[in-house]
Design a protein around this ligand. Structure first.
Ligand SMILES: Nc1ncnc2c1ncn2[C@@H]1O[C@H](COP(=O)(O)OP(=O)(O)O)[C@@H](O)[C@H]1O
Ligand SMILES: O=P(O)(O)OC[C@H]1O[C@](O)(COP(=O)(O)O)[C@@H](O)[C@@H]1O
Ligand SMILES: [Mg+2]
Length: 530
């Protein structure tokens, strides 16, 4: 039995938390050194929409212990151990039907492969290194240290890919796919690859659940049968073939619906909220002794999922944002004392704004949620804009939607998923700029562009399309390998499986001490606005 009382859980609040806790003058991984088992780790999760409470205890490491590194590694291995159907069921694997040797319609099972084609499978013990930089000191840029000396400790995570042995008979599999949250370029590409790969294993029954978690219990929403024919061209359009939605996640009702439909492999595409729901679904299925594999594919243009290089759709959004930035730049440069202002998405993370600013090379001021700023005063944004108008004759500002929320009136309103409804920082800054220049008697021509929905409704660019392909295929391999409660990701260019709680303990945010933020500041030339 899992005992909750044995764990001291620390609430990890959305969205303010950083991915790493700060302790003393060096940053310390938020790792749990209590060695509780996986079921315990999940037990204390309370799923409210805006707060995910992960049972992550504050690390108490005895650095005087000569074996602390070994203990750390052992603990890390335990935490990143992947939940498996074997943990709950007495099941035996069978040789895979996923062929590395495809001859047209003839499927060659893994067992019958010729010798020279048998080394294409990933072993359960294969690992990828999660952290690849050895920081020599806690003061190194972006340093993520465990101890005061920033000692090097290997952290390995599980490699994704097809296994030689599988835990489902493909002919009997009943697979479901659902897309939740907001839109993101590449959703259709992932759906398409999941369907293709399932069919390659030999799966005959694949359904799409319409409009996110809502589709599980809204009787008026029929499920969508999926096959290679149905999904063949869906990657040519943005959006999701299945539709998306926020809110309405009642885990017990969803699992009732999974049970009633006989789904035994569920692929869930979504962001941190969706992952929290997916983990709850995974736990509930296991509690009810349902042999269901729940596998997520992280979807968020905000790029706010922990541990991975990036999420699909992010690159595309950054690229799409260029068009808005370029328009703002042209407007600003063509006007007398022109000021262009672009608001980009990013609820609690400024990745899109930072990357779009950097790549465009046209931004003078980039404002993100992670870095506080003032509009007024000698070091404020407005004063700097005055300086830019005086010296350059124009200026372009890029602001992430979650930035500067402290200067807006709080409404306490939430959306259907429980996400805080943000004040419109773009409109606020636009008004403040206009007012300021009027007050100081300097003419300024302010043009405000809000392309937020345009940057996520498009189809993915080539590199995102490839990422979607690999993630979608790996999601299916993970389910056949018998894992559940996992998500797929790319870490240091390698594809991996990660336990869901580890990637949503807090939203991933821009580290103001990172090289990337410093590069952004170097590029914009902006001062500190505090
Ligand atoms: N903590 C949670 N537990 C269970 N379900 C959740 C949780 N947070 C959000 N959800 C559900 O997940 C879905 C998507 O969440 P949302 O926050 O809108 O998007 P995203 O997954 O992109 O962050 C919604 O249906 C929402 O009700
Ligand atoms: O208007 P909507 O659909 O709520 O979407 C707005 C939100 O979508 C996002 O782009 C992405 O959020 P999700 O990852 O939760 O889908 C946020 O940056 C933004 O606040
Ligand atoms: Mg979210």
């Amino acid at each position: 039995m899992c005992s909750v009382s044995s764990i001291k859980g620390v609430g990890i609040g959305f969205p303010e938390q950083k991915s790493f806790h700060s302790k003393g003058n060096y940053s310390l991984f938020g790792f749990n050194f209590l060695r509780f088992r996986r079921c315990e780790r999940h037990a204390e999760k309370k799923f409210s929409s805006t707060v995910v409470r992960a049972a992550i205890a504050k690390p108490e490491i005895d650095f005087s212990d000569p074996y602390w590194k070994n203990k750390f590694k052992e603990d890390f291995e335990n935490r990143f151990d992947l939940p498996h159907l074997r943990d709950v069921f007495d099941i035996k694997p069978m040789p895979t039907t996923f062929s590395l040797h495809n001859r047209g319609s003839q499927i060659v099972s893994g067992a019958d492969l010729p010798e020279d084609r048998k080394n294409g499978y990933v072993n359960d013990d294969d690992r990828a290194l999660l952290k690849v930089i050895k920081y020599s000191s806690p003061t190194s840029a972006g340093a993520e240290c465990i101890d005061a000396d920033c000692s090097w400790v290997e952290q390995w995570v599980h490699r994704a890919g097809p296994r030689k042995q599988i835990y489902f008979e493909p002919e009997k599999v009943n697979a479901g796919i659902v897309t939740c949250g907001g839109l993101c370029p590449g959703l259709n590409d992932v759906i398409r690859q999941i369907v293709f790969t399932l069919e390659l294993y030999g799966v005959k029954k694949i359904i799409g659940i319409p409009f996110g978690y809502r589709g599980f219990f809204d009787q008026g929403l029929p499920e969508i049968p999926l096959s290679r024919n149905v999904v063949q061209n869906i990657n040519l359009a943005g959006g999701s073939l299945l539709g998306v939605s926020r809110g309405g996640a009642n885990v017990s009702e969803i699992v009732d619906s999974i049970q009633a439909r006989g789904i035994d492999m569920l692929f869930i595409l979504g962001g941190n909220g969706t992952h929290a729901g997916a983990n709850a679904i995974h736990n509930e299925c296991h509690k009810r002794k349902m042999k269901v594999s729940v596998v997520c594919v992280p979807k968020t243009i905000d790029n706010d999922i922990l541990l991975m290089d990036k999420t699909f759709g992010f690159d595309t959004s950054v690229e799409e944002a260029q068009r808005a930035i370029n328009s703002a730049y042209i407007e600003a440069h063509s006007a007398y004392h022109g000021i262009g202002l672009v608001k980009l998405m990013g609820r609690s993370s400024g990745f899109i704004a930072m990357h779009a600013s950097l790549s465009s090379g046209q931004i003078d001021v980039c404002l993100i949620p992670e870095v506080p700023f003032k509009l007024d005063g000698p070091y404020g944004v407005l004063q700097h804009l005055e300086h830019l108008i005086e010296t350059k004759g124009s200026a372009v500002v890029c602001v992430a939607e979650g930035a500067g929320q402290d200067m807006l009136e709080k409404s306490n309103a939430t959306d259907a998923s429980g996400n805080v409804v943000l004040g419109d920082i773009g409109v606020h800054i636009q008004q403040r700029i206009k007012r300021h220049f009027k007050e100081v008697g300097v003419p300024a021509d302010v043009k405000y562009i809000d392309p937020t929905y345009m940057i996520r409704a498009c189809r993915p660019n080539a590199s995102d399309a490839i990422l979607c392909t690999v993630l979608g295929q790996n999601a299916v391999h993970g389910a056949f390998a018998g894992y559940s409660g996992i998500t797929v990701g790319i870490c240091n260019t390698h594809y991996v499986y990660l336990p869901i709680p580890e990637v949503i303990a807090s939203p991933r945010t821009v580290d103001p001490n990172s090289r990337m933020w410093h590069r952004c500041l170097t590029s914009t030339g902006q001062p500190d606005f505090m």
